[in-house]
Structure formats: structure tokens, C-alpha cells
Design a protein around this ligand. Structure first.
Ligand SMILES: NC(=O)c1ccc[n+]([C@@H]2O[C@H](COP(=O)([O-])OP(=O)(O)OC[C@H]3O[C@@H](n4cnc5c(N)ncnc54)[C@H](O)[C@@H]3O)[C@@H](O)[C@H]2O)c1
Length: 271
């Protein structure tokens, strides 16, 4: 299904590693809706992943950038505007990484150097990206910037570890920078809080299958898939959501507003 609602719009997509990545699925959908973009990821992820395949499918160019490096971000944004022939209408930040999660460190025994690395990659990179876009005046008026987040930023989930804190930081940066982007550039900034999804980053979280099953049984509409996350992102990049900004928007089948579902009660009672 395509309604060409992004026809003529241009942007940058961060975070497509392989076919399971939410950014990968989103890139394909944006392309089908008429949007054109530059794909980017950290140099090491470009070497290890399949991004060139996605670039071919979507007639896109890949420009490497470590999202924690201002120099890389400036190079990326300048080249993207040059290659696309205009300022940008949309940017997707689909980036997350915790060294503590990767190395199986418990929250009560964190390595704080790794914690610093994790928040730089997962949260501060969003500030660095927006500051670069802002200073280079790279966004068109009524453009849209989206980052992906998870509800562990607001409610405790064992094993989501320091990523919970990184996501809380990310959501706050979206609101804080979104204020200035709205006032001065008429650009909207939002985060989408997505259901647990089986991706490379997702699988890194201990017990993700259990989170996923619990959320599925709790949510009246069931978990949102990567495709459904992509659809929501497209709506936020379209002209139909021009006054939606500074929001953390749940794409979770209703999970975030349910106390407990009958299905969970039945499970506890072995029914
Ligand atoms: N999978 C889930 O359950 C879930 C749920 C809610 C939110 N999210 C969020 O969605 C986003 C995308 O994750 P995903 O699940 O598609 O997994 P993914 O592993 O496919 O994507 C994470 C991406 O971050 C990139 N990245 C890591 N360090 C980077 C750096 N220094 N510079 C640039 N890019 C870097 C990786 O290369 C990768 O492409 C993340 O923000 C994640 O936290 C995921």
C-alpha cells in the first residue's frame, strides 16, 4: 500500500544494520511513499551489516558516520544536502547501544565508563545530531525529526539495565531541543516508544522473549511490529502531523496504559 504521502521529501535515516532493523523496514516504506534519503550507520556497522543491499533497493547513497562524532555528523549532513540537492524534511534516529547490556553486567554492578559510552551513543548522539542540523540550518520548515525509544525509560523493567536511563535521557533531549527547533525553525521533534521487537539490539536484552510475550498478553491490540513502527514514523514525517511535537508517542498496542490484563491474571492462576 502506498499513498505517496512523502513524495518530494528528503532526509537521513540512521541505524539500518540488517533486515530486522526497524530503520531498515522504515527505509523501505519511506521509499515506497516517495521519500528519498541518505542512509547512514557507524563505519563498523557498515562493514559488518548489509546496508549496501538496502541502498540498492532504495536507490540511496550510504555515508558512514559515528553518531557520537560531531565531525562525522557535520560531514554527513553537508554531504546529504549536497547529494539530495536541498535541505532536509525528515531525520530518523534509530540508534541504541549499551556496553553493559552487551557484556552482561548487572545494573547493580555497572561499569561506569561503559555507562558513559552507552549514553553517548544512545542519547547524547541525538543532541549532537540535532545541534549539527540546527547550526547548519539543514532542516526545511515543517520538517520532522524522530527518535525511537522504549517504555523502560518510564517504568522499571529488570534487565533493560542502563538502556532505561539512556532512553529517559533521549526522551528529555527530544523535548528540550524540540522547543528550540519548533520556535526557531518550525521543525517538530518526537520520540516513538515502540513495543519490544526482535532485532539485533532487541535480542541483546536478556529476557527479551519474556518482555515480548508479557507485552503481547497485556496489550489490547497486541505488540506493534517493526512495520507498524515504520508506518507511524511515516505519519510523523508527513504533512498530516505538522503540529505534533515534543511528544513521546506510544506505538505499543495500548500496553503503556494497561495495569493488568485478564490474560495475565489467567496465566497466574494457571487457567
Ligand atoms: N528492538 C526493540 O525491542 C526496540 C523497542 C523499542 C525501541 N527500540 C529502539 O529502536 C532503535 C533501533 O533499534 P533496533 O531494534 O532496530 O536494533 P538495531 O540493532 O537494528 O539498530 C541499532 C542501530 O544503532 C546503530 N549504532 C550503534 N552505535 C552507533 C554509533 N556510534 N553511530 C551510529 N549508529 C550506531 C547500530 O549500528 C544499529 O544499526 C533503537 O533506538 C532501539 O533502542 C528497539
Amino acid at each position: 500500500m502506498s499513498n505517496s504521502i512523502l513524495k518530494g521529501k528528503k532526509g537521513i535515516i540512521f541505524g539500518a544494520l540488517d533486515e530486522t532493523s526497524i530503520a531498515w523496514v522504515t527505509a523501505n516504506k519511506i521509499y515506497n511513499e516517495g521519500g528519498r534519503f541518505i542512509l547512514t550507520n557507524a563505519p563498523v556497522a557498515i562493514r559488518m551489516g548489509d546496508i549496501e543491499k538496502l541502498a540498492e533497493q532504495t536507490e540511496s547513497k550510504v555515508i558512514p558516520a559515528d553518531a557520537t562524532s560531531i565531525e562525522d555528523l557535520e560531514n554527513l549532513v553537508e554531504k546529504a544536502m549536497n547529494d539530495l540537492g536541498s535541505k532536509l524534511d525528515f531525520v530518523l534516529h534509530s540508534i541504541g547501544m549499551s556496553v553493559n547490556v552487551r557484556k552482561g553486567k548487572e545494573y547493580t554492578d555497572l561499569n561506569h565508563d561503559w555507562m558513559t559510552k552507552g549514553w553517548d551513543v544512545s542519547a547524547v548522539s541525538f543532541h549532537k545530531l540535532m545541534q549539527t542540523l540546527f547550526k547548519l540550518d539543514a532542516m526545511n520548515e515543517w520538517g520532522s525529526i524522530v527518535a525511537l525509544t522504549y517504555i523502560a525509560s518510564q517504568r522499571t523493567f529488570p534487565n533493560y539495565n542502563d538502556m532505561a536511563d539512556n532512553k529517559a535521557y533521549l526522551e528529555s533531549i527530544a523535548r528540550s531541543f524540540g522547543y528550540y527547533f519548533g520556535k526557531e525553525k518550525k521543525v517538530r521533534v518526537n520520540t516513538i516508544s515502540q513495543s519490544p521487537t526482535l532485532t539485533t539490539a532487541g535480542k541483546g536484552v536478556k529476557g527479551l522473549d519474556d518482555f515480548l510475550n508479557y507485552a503481547e498478553l497485556t496489550s489490547p491490540l497486541g505488540n506493534a511490529s517493526a512495520e507498524e513502527c515504520a508506518d507511524y514514523t511515516i505519519s510523523l514525517f508527513s504533512d498530516y502531523t505538522r503540529k505534533v511535537t515534543l511528544q513521546n508517542l506510544f506505538n505499543d498496542g495500548g500496553f503503556s496504559n494497561v495495569g493488568v490484563s485478564q490474560e495475565i491474571i489467567d496465566k497466574l492462576n494457571n487457567k
